[in-house]
Every structure is written in structure tokens, then in C-alpha cells.
Design a protein around this ligand. Structure first.
Ligand code: SF4
Length: 136
């Protein structure tokens, strides 16, 4: 759904080679907890554009996976372009200070959304409020 190839995620390829997992996506049985979750993420070019706004250091895939659709929603509303700060995400930010962060790992930042991981809707609402607050 995120348009990654197996080669893009080395530990998945390694797990397949070691026999501790399967890296053949055609064999995956994908279940969605809610209908809304089934939407396909934007094409990779768009993901790259959205990812440019993110400073990621050792982020969990769940955290990052919720952030990108939240950014896409902001883009659809014309708000993404108004965000000028980089969004920090990942375990590499634990204990560090900064401006704008996503997830509990960035709890010491001036602005952050709580959660481990925070959900897509919470990230979207937090960033929207942050962007609109900067406009005032
Ligand atoms: S907040 Fe939680 S889910 Fe997000 S990067 Fe940190 S440890 Fe991972």
C-alpha cells in the first residue's frame, strides 16, 4: 500500500532469506480493521514529496505509516504547503528538544502529538491546529 518494494526494506528481505518470515507479498493475506483503512496510499512520487517534510530517525513503521496519510489529508486541504517546519519522528529523538514532533519519542519537543504510535486522525488534527495557529 505504501508502494515500497521488498528491496526497499532490507530487514523484510533478510527475514525471507533466513526463513523467519515471508517476503512474497503475493502470498500476504491482508485484513483491514475498518473500511476506511483500505484506501490506497498516494503514489510513490507523492509519498516522496510528503516524506521531504519529515526528519525521520529510527521511527517505527506504525508511527511513520500513520504520518504519511495524515500529511496527504493536509495536502488535499491545501494546508501541507503552509507547513514550513520539519516534522521529527522516531526513537532517535528520545530525550531531545525540538520544535515539531510526532509520537511519544518527541515528548520533549515544543509541539508534539502524543501516542505510541499516535493515530492518523490525531496526527492530522494536531498538525492542522499547528499550521492554522502559525497563521494567526
Ligand atoms: S512514538 Fe512509539 S511508535 Fe512512534 S517512533 Fe516512538 S516508539 Fe515508535
Amino acid at each position: 500500500m505504501m508502494h515500497y518494494q521488498v528491496e526497499d526494506v532490507p530487514y523484510v528481505k533478510l527475514a525471507g532469506e533466513l526463513g523467519v518470515g515471508c517476503s512474497d507479498i503475493s502470498k500476504a493475506k491482508i485484513l483491514f480493521c475498518q473500511e476506511e483503512a483500505e484506501k490506497i496510499l498516494p503514489k510513490s512520487r507523492k509519498v516522496v514529496e510528503l516524506a521531504d517534510a519529515v526528519e525521520e530517525v529510527e521511527s517505527c513503521s506504525a508511527c511513520y505509516g500513520y504520518l504519511i496519510p495524515a500529511l496527504e489529508m493536509l495536502k488535499e486541504e491545501g494546508l501541507f504547503e503552509k507547513l514550513h517546519e520539519k516534522i521529527c519522528i522516531g526513537q532517535g529523538y528520545r530525550g531531545q528538544n525540538g520544535e515539531l514532533g510526532v509520537g511519544h519519542c518527541t515528548c520533549k519537543f515544543r509541539h508534539h502529538v502524543e501516542g505510541c504510535p499516535p493515530l492518523e486522525k490525531d496526527i492530522y488534527e494536531f498538525l492542522k491546529e499547528y499550521i492554522l495557529g502559525k497563521e494567526e
